[in-house]
Write a protein that binds this ligand. Structure first.
Ligand SMILES: O=P(O)(O)OP(=O)(O)OP(=O)(O)OC[C@H]1O[C@@H](n2cnc3c(O)ncnc32)[C@H](O)[C@@H]1O
Ligand SMILES: [Mg+2]
Length: 168
């Protein structure tokens, strides 16, 4: 299986590799535009970003499958939640979608995102670390390391792959 992932973010690449353990596969990563805002503010926008990345990843390579993973946030009555979406696109097929685990962000983080800041830099400042988005992610910080961004996205990729196999 030849797979192209639409991001150079090491956490997203590692998530695909983790989900594909036991498979024989070749993986390339391509820097794609999400085509949505840098900080998507809804499920809908985040899904669109994931699909756009999968489409570009497939179109610029000879891969059989393009995968797009996108992070965003979604407002609810219970707070601003992290949302993460994945799209898998096989040639001449409709994209397959899957969502990741969700947790509410603390108010001090949520208010900054709603004011227009991006989660990546806000998390680095909050956690006093560098490149949180490429490592444990906000989900790793706020779950005390129980579920990091790689594990969360690897779950999304397994959900994509499983649906792809089931529908084949
Ligand atoms: O290189 P790319 O693939 O763009 O990876 P990214 O880390 O920027 O990830 P996204 O574009 O999918 O995420 C959209 C925004 O949300 C941020 N973000 C999403 N999830 C995060 C997390 O768990 N921890 C820190 N920042 C996160 C990220 O920095 C962006 O500002
Ligand atoms: Mg980004």
């Amino acid at each position: 299986m030849f797979i192209s992932i639409g991001s150079k973010n090491p956490a997203k690449i590692a998530a695909v590799e983790q989900a594909l353990q036991g498979y024989s596969f070749e993986l390339i990563s391509v820097d794609t535009e999400s085509g949505v805002s840098a900080q998507p503010l809804s499920d809908e926008e985040t899904i669109k970003g994931a699909i756009n990345r999968a489409v570009s990843a497939l179109s610029v390579s000879r891969a059989d499958i393009g995968i797009g993973l996108e992070g965003g946030v979604q407002e609810t009555k219970h707070g601003l939640f992290l949302c993460n979406w994945g799209a898998l696109l096989a040639k001449d097929k409709e994209p397959i979608l899957a969502g990741g685990a969700r947790i509410a962000l603390p108010d001090e983080i949520a208010s900054r995102l709603l004011a227009g800041e991006e989660l990546g830099p806000v998390m680095d400042e909050f956690a006093q670390k560098q490149n949180v988005r490429k490592k444990e992610g906000a989900i790793g910080i706020f779950t005390n390391g129980k579920i990091d961004r790689i594990e969360m996205f690897s779950h999304v990729v397994k959900l994509l792959l499983g649906q792809y196999e089931f529908n084949k």
